[in-house]
Design a protein around this ligand. Sequence first.
Ligand code: ZN
Length: 349
Amino acid sequence: MSTVPSPAPAASPPAPVSPVQAQALADGVLPPVEEVRPGIWTLAVPFRSGVPDATLVYVAEGSDGVLTVIDPGWSDDGELDVLSAGLGAIGRSVADVGHVVVTHLHADHLGAAAAVRHASGASVAMNGLEVRALEHERPDAERHEADIATWGIPDDLRAGVSAAWGTGRRLGLGAAVTPFADVLLDDGDVLPVAGRTIRALWTPGHTAGHLCFVDEGDGLLFTGDHVLPRINPGIGLGGRTDTNPLGDYLASLARLDPYADFEVCPGHEYRFRDVVTRARTLTRHREERSRHVAAALDTLDAPTLFAVASRVPFSGGIESMTGFLLASALTQTAFHVDLLGRADEVRPA
Ligand SMILES: [Zn+2]
């Protein structure tokens, strides 16, 4: 999920298509397996045992009976018990999975891919930028560490940020998992699901190689963490890029305009409709944050990044943040500063 708390956008969240998923979310329990369309199911896999946070996994059956799993969820120990139980509920098993496709590199989406592949021989497909980000994790972390020194973070918070964002950080797959993909998916590529046309839609922002998947025939849009019904996705959480992840994210939100009538199948929370309204809400939220950042720059004289971020109304305030949340809030502030063209007004500490 990887989010930064921020004030909820003023607009109310979209209504759930599935009341049972929304109720499960409210109750802090895993939602049941549901058939979304004939031959397409969703099930939930917890982040780890005992935690209510869950990834929504999608299973599409091809006309040849082979299953394709979109985002198999987390498995930090190689166990697939929850996924297996979900597949069992639809009369199938992990052995029937021929393909795993992944929206992005985070452990709550990609984490179980290797275990599924090991169990069934399934191919694993994702965008090449995600593979590259995983391969470059260590040098990226060293560059992050150098950045952290310039942000003006109070001394007592520095070590926590370094652990979460600098050389102490991993993108979340665990040291035992090496980056891999059997198939690289580019924008427009069709998934190998017999009898269905499900296309990859490149939506960088949350991570550089984030993909959504569009099933025109069934009117479904699988959005991973690009658009969620209530959570405001964090940005730039997949390694360094040459572009501004905030600019990428806003452009990727606009890429969803053709899918206003589709049912949205996100990576967390619950299914909903009207992705365009939701995308506009997220865009407005970012515009508002840019205004706060601009106001901070107008007011402060040669501020550090931390000083600018201290003027941004993150929910709970930046003073409540440590570690990953603080690091993410600071980098996102930097993306706003950069997109405003005012990076030279921020003073390295
Ligand atoms: Zn996620």
